[in-house]
Design a protein around this ligand. Structure first.
Ligand SMILES: *Cc1c(COP(=O)(O)O)cnc(C)c1O
Length: 364
């Protein structure tokens, strides 16, 4: 066929499939499929968003300087090592596009965030998916997979879609075993809702190494997914690369003041984290009591394992939830599991009730 031709490795790529948002025949389904934070954003962030309406004819600040200052203040970080993006996906994507290409290898966990394999494919590099260990990243497996072609190692800590995390000592061990030509990406999208005492998101490693970047987002616990704001903390040499390749006005105008207000409202964040933990524990206990296999989670979702053989399998459970207006995430890579985002108190109770009914009933 004539016509323009994309790179051959792109032409046979499968596009990213987002969490479902609709169910046929249900008018207002409850969406628990994308790890959005139903507790909601800080009211101050919403006010700042509304106040930005009168400025919409303007371009946003190109370097998100005020937002970087606010992040630096709140988290005690060096502003020159911060870059902002249109969601952290933006930054993750730019990293792969900047550091890898055909012939290079990119390492990530077999069960991990989908953006890594998709964007690795997009640049024509080779993705190396290392089997997980106890649902988290397998550090020995990753170190064994490193070759002289390895350019990037991605660790989503905590992991999406499993919810598991690695203690800081494991991240230090991984970094110590990597050549300094390999960029270690610590994707800490769920850092704010981790309650485990031995967890660290990555700041301290960034400050003493030139091959580490930590990525963060306003989409999860700050509850601003719709605005697409993320940020990263890295050595100045890595920040310099990202500043060359990123879009000049990558963080939208309403997103900047809203994220500034959100990051400053530490009280709201703490309340949201407490709510999330309370319901993460309650969902885990309630579903475990049904005989389901719930992975210990440090995130705002739980991964729930169902019997592999019917009638109480994951696909039937999903059908039962869907029929009742509850959308959760079915994952092609984990056919015996469902990933369920933490909802409102009422929604979480309904999930437990529906799955109780399902496990006790005779599902079709
Ligand atoms: C949600 C998520 C992100 C990115 O979200 P953005 O909305 O692009 O900031 C990144 N990594 C993981 C593991 C996630 O679950």
């Amino acid at each position: 066929m004539a016509g323009p031709k994309a790179h051959e490795w792109i032409a046979d790529m499968a596009p990213y499939v987002p969490g479902k948002a609709k169910v046929d025949g249900v008018s207002n389904p409850v969406k628990l499929s994308s790890n959005e934070c139903v507790y909601g954003a800080s009211p101050k962030a919403l006010e700042a968003f509304e106040a930005s309406v009168s400025d919409l004819l303007r371009y946003p600040e190109a370097d998100s300087a005020q937002l970087r200052n606010a992040i630096g203040d709140v988290y005690g970080l060096d502003v020159d090592r911060i870059v902002c993006g249109a969601g952290s996906d933006d930054i993750l994507t730019l990293l792969i596009h900047s550091y890898a290409g055909p012939g290079d290898e990119v390492i990530y966990s077999q069960y991990g965030f989908m953006v890594y394999p998709v964007q690795t494919k997009a640049v024509g590099a080779t993705g190396i998916a290392v089997p997980n260990k106890n649902w988290g990243a397998n550090i020995d497996g990753i170190l064994d997979a490193v070759t002289d072609k390895t350019k990037l190692v991605f660790i989503d800590n905590p992991n999406n879609p499993t919810g598991a995390y690695l203690p800081w000592s494991e991240i230090e061990r991984l970094h110590a075993g990597l050549p300094d030509s390999v960029l270690l990406v610590l994707d800490a999208a769920y850092a704010e809702c981790v309650t485990a005492a031995d967890y660290k998101a990555g700041e301290e490693l960034v400050e003493c190494a030139n091959n580490v970047i930590m990525t963060r987002t306003f989409s999860k616990m700050y509850a601003l997914a719709g605005l697409r704001v993320g940020w990263a903390y890295a050595a100045p040499s890595v920040i310099d690369i990202l500043n060359r390749v990123r879009m000049p006005f990558n963080v939208c105008l309403p997103g900047q003041p809203a994220a500034i207000a959100a990051v400053k409202d530490t009280e709201h964040l703490a309340a949201s984290v407490a709510f999330n933990k309370e319901w993460r524990d309650a969902l885990t206990a309630g579903l475990t009591a049904l005989g389901l296999d719930v992975v210990d989670s440090q995130t705002n979702f739980v991964l729930v394992g169902f019997p592999q053989e019917g009638p109480f399998d994951a696909a039937s459970a999903n059908t039962h939830l869907m029929k009742n207006g509850y959308i959760v995430r079915a994952l092609p890579s984990l056919p015996h599991h469902l990933r369920i985002s933490i909802g409102t108190a009422e929604q979480n109770r309904a999930v437990i009730a529906l799955l109780t009914e399902f496990m006790n009933g005779s599902p079709e």
